[in-house]
Structures are given as C-alpha cells and as structure tokens.
Design a protein around this ligand. Structure first.
Ligand code: DX5
Ligand code: ZN
Length: 216
C-alpha cells in the first residue's frame, strides 16, 4: 500500500495558512487534512467550507476533509464545491451513511468513513466496497494534541485483514514513534497535527514520519 502523510492544519498557524500549506507541499505531503468541527458532534468549532476554498486556491496537494459534524449529508455539496478531494464523515453522525456516501461520490469526491474510539470497526464493513478510505481515530475527536490510544491497533489489524486494498487512515496522537505501531498494524495514511506543526522543522518531521512509516 502507498504510504501517505496528511498533515492536519488544525495545529498550523491559522494566521499564515498559505505559508503553512507550502511547507507541507514542499516536504512532499501526499494529502492535506482539514478538520471541520461544528460544536455539536464535537465540542469545538473549527473551520468551514469558505476557509477550505481559500486554502485550495493556494495549494495543489489533494485535500482530505474530515467532517466532525452532526449532519454531514447536508454539507457534502458545499465541501465538494470548496475543493475537497476526499470527504470523510463519521459513522456515528446523524446522517444516513449510505446516502452520504452516494452524495460524496455523486459530487465527484472520494468517500471515507471514520470511527470514534468506542465504535466497532465492523460498523463500516457494509459500506466498504464504495469507500476509498476508512479512518480509525486514535483519540476522541474534537481536539488536537491528545495522547495516542495504542489500544486501537487491533481495529486497524481487523480492517486490514478484511480489506487488503483499502486505504486505512489513522488520526490522533500520531508522531514519529506512534506511527510505527500504526504502520505495523496495517495503516497506510497518517494524519499528524501537533507532531508536524509544533516541531522545530515541519518539513523534516514530515520526512521522518514517511521514513518511520516505511516509505523511504
Ligand atoms: C482531532 C482531529 C485531528 C487532530 C489531530 O479531532 O481529527 O485531525 O488535528 O491532531 P494531533 O495530531 O495533534 O493529535
Ligand atoms: Zn482529523
């Protein structure tokens, strides 16, 4: 499986988004992870479609949009129009999962489903054939900078065994050490927020993450 690093802009400097995006682009990040929070599905509020649209205009790396919102189906068109390439929504959200996947695909994006730490991975199995990625959360969604939950690794292993060719993304507390556990369990797409943007040199950290995930 191709290894992909997806820096989470949640930990970046929101006053300098263009420069932060360029750092990721120059370091060879394969994706850019955008966390959308509605203050309802999760306690925080982050950014929405207009900000993502503006970011898209200055970045050529594909956008991986992680919707932590209660009614994703109502907003798929907006995020597709804003330039999302992959749209991930939570299986625990209120929207019908099948209809939401249909809408994402109809809008020309790749569909992905996320599971919170307390949700069984089997809940995504019925939809897997229409998904391009599954996101296994290794923190409770809603905040950056939390500790990695190593006890989520069996979920990744189970998903990888059942679906050898599907992208499996991991999000939450991923750093140069914990990424090794995720890769070993079978994940191949890695979100990293604090590890990248709170480091001395984000570009070097992205390269180190790639190396420790086994791609260089
Ligand atoms: C958390 C978000 C993450 C977050 C990860 O709810 O989904 O994408 O930015 O941040 P770190 O890598 O700092 O745990
Ligand atoms: Zn995320």
């Amino acid at each position: 499986m191709e290894i992909k690093i997806s820096p989470s802009m949640l930990a970046s400097d929101y006053a300098n988004l263009e420069a932060e995006l360029k750092k990721c682009e120059n370091a060879g990040a394969e994706l850019i992870h955008l966390d959308v929070m509605d203050g309802h599905f999760v306690p925080n509020i982050s950014i929405g479609a207009p900000v993502i649209k503006a970011m898209k205009s200055v970045c050529s790396v594909p956008f991986d949009v992680h919707l932590m919102i209660s009614n994703p189906l109502d907003y798929i068109q907006d995020f597709a129009d804003a330039g999302a390439d992959i749209i991930t929504f939570h299986i625990e959200s209120s929207s019908d999962a099948g209809k939401t996947i249909d809408k994402i695909i109809e809008c020309g994006c790749k569909a992905a489903v996320a599971v919170k730490p307390g949700t069984d991975i089997e809940t995504v199995f019925p939809f897997a054939d229409r998904l391009s990625m599954v996101l296994v959360m290794t923190v409770e969604p809603g905040f950056g900078g939390q500790s990695f939950m190593a006890d989520m690794m069996p979920k990744i292993e189970k998903m990888r065994t059942a679906y050898p060719n599907l992208d499996i993304q991991v999000d939450g507390g991923v750093n140069a050490e914990t990424i090794k556990l995720c890769a070993k369990a079978g994940a191949n797409v890695f979100v990293a927020g604090s590890a990248v943007f709170k480091s001395e040199n984000p570009a070097e950290t992205i390269l180190l993450l790639k190396k420790n995930a086994g791609s260089i």
